[in-house]
Design a binder for this molecule. Structure first.
Ligand code: PCA
Length: 216
């Protein structure tokens, strides 16, 4: 029987940050076997012009049984399991190629929204049972992570075999928040209590949550 891999993607750093926890988690999972499934990790550029082709090519080349995209949601305190990708590209900051999409579509011929096909409720329950904060989310935003989710779901619809696709946003790593706190103090332009993006989760815990998600 053919052993189809599980594809885990992790976005590269963006928004002026030196690292992205999503990329670090992807690297930790790449090459491992989890619940009898081979994990293939791929870094993704924060470049909207590379989508949707990058998603279609990865599904065609790897023929994965499952795709879980990973991205950072600054300020998020939990493992954030995305349920829906929307057909909107509307950026608050430019992507890494300098593109600033405003009021655009991800795919001009696609539906308004596509639902994640992962067993999201079971994933949420299993992560919570392991003592790790997690919740279902009804918006992956309108930036690259949403484009990634929507593009993989769209590519999966056109693939010859069924592919479960979803997306998980992760919090900052504690080291990133420590750096942010230093930067906020040094800038001396807002008081600490005016910021609400200082939540974090350690890398091992996020990796454990992903192991659980992959196993559902
Ligand atoms: N987070 C951004 C894009 C890349 C990432 O890691 C997002 O939530 O869209």
């Amino acid at each position: 029987m053919e052993n189809r891999p599980v594809l885990i993607t992790g976005f590269e750093p963006y928004g002026g940050r030196g690292s992205n926890p999503a990329y670090e988690v992807m690297k930790q999972l790449d090459g491992r076997t989890i619940a009898g499934q081979t994990i293939v990790g791929r870094g993704l550029p924060v470049a909207s012009g590379r989508f949707p082709a990058i998603a279609a090519d990865l599904i065609a080349d790897l023929n994965p049984s499952k795709v879980i995209g990973l991205g950072l949601w600054p300020g998020e305190s939990m493992i954030r399991i995305e349920r829906v990708g929307v057909n909107i590209a509307d950026f608050g900051i430019p992507d890494n190629d300098g593109t600033l999409a405003i009021d655009e579509h991800v795919d001009s011929s696609g539906p308004a929204a596509l639902m994640s096909t992962l067993p999201n409720r079971a994933i949420e329950r299993a992560i919570l049972e392991a003592g790790i904060p997690a919740s279902l989310s009804a918006t992956a935003g309108t930036y690259l992570c949403n484009i990634c989710l929507y593009s993989f779901l769209r590519a999966a619809q056109q693939h010859r075999e069924p592919v479960e696709c979803g997306f998980i946003h992760v919090p900052y790593l504690p080291e990133q928040v420590a750096d942010l706190l230093v930067a906020v103090r040094d800038e001396a332009s807002v008081e600490l209590h005016q910021r609400c993006d200082f939540a974090s989760m350690d890398l091992d815990r996020i990796v454990r949550a992903l192991e659980i998600a992959i196993s559902q």
